[in-house]
Design a protein around this ligand. Structure first.
Ligand code: SAM
Length: 171
């Protein structure tokens, strides 16, 4: 994102972050260096979780959570505050739906979604622009305001980063 001229990194020293798809914690560790607040790091693979716990041992602002991000209510018992940023880096066909579900449950009004759309995880056959457009439409339909769309090419092929602002709406 930075190398492709993102206007902002959208996370600062006061950001509380819900991170979905933490893996062994590479990006989580960078976010942990930036913010003084808590990062709730959700990962469903036990092997990655073991590495995440080891890698975050000396970081007192990371809470590793072993859970499936499809079921956000399962980690409600660990999250007691409003979330400023939901960061989603999950290789799943329904990654956008997972992002929306978690934003609805945890993100504050006016908070930010940072979403990595991985075209090949969604559909291997469709043109990538068709996939990106469909996922952006889903986000806009839920009332998010898209702030930036940043291709990660050539660093990560077929990836688009979306930064969107979330507004609570009466349903
Ligand atoms: C591309 S990796 C993330 C890399 C990591 N974000 C980083 O930059 O260091 C995607 C991770 O999402 C996890 N994942 C996939 N589906 C998930 C789900 N439904 N709930 C939680 N984690 C999931 C995978 O196990 C994998 O570790």
């Amino acid at each position: 994102m930075i190398l492709n001229n993102a206007r902002n990194i959208y996370i600062n020293y006061t950001s509380t972050v819900l991170y979905l798809g933490a893996s062994s914690g590479t990006t989580v560790s960078h976010i942990s260096d930036i913010t003084t607040k808590t990062i709730y790091a959700v990962e469903f693979a036990p092997r990655s979780m073991r590495e995440l716990i080891q890698n975050c041992n000396d970081r007192n602002n990371v809470i590793p959570i072993l859970a499936d991000a499809n079921y956000p209510e399962q980690y409600a018992k660990f999250i007691f505050e409003e979330i400023d940023v939901v960061y989603v880096d999950i290789a799943q066909p329904n990654l956008t739906e997972i992002a929306i579900l978690n934003c609805k449950k945890y993100l504050k009004d006016g908070g930010l979604l940072i979403l990595a759309i991985k075209a090949k995880s969604i559909d291997v056959a469709l043109p990538i622009q068709t996939i990106f457009n469909a996922e952006i439409q889903k986000i806009e339909n839920k009332g998010f305001e898209i702030l930036e769309k940043i291709s990660l090419s050539p660093y990560s092929r077929d990836h688009l980063m979306i930064i969107a602002r979330f507004y609570l709406k009466p349903t």
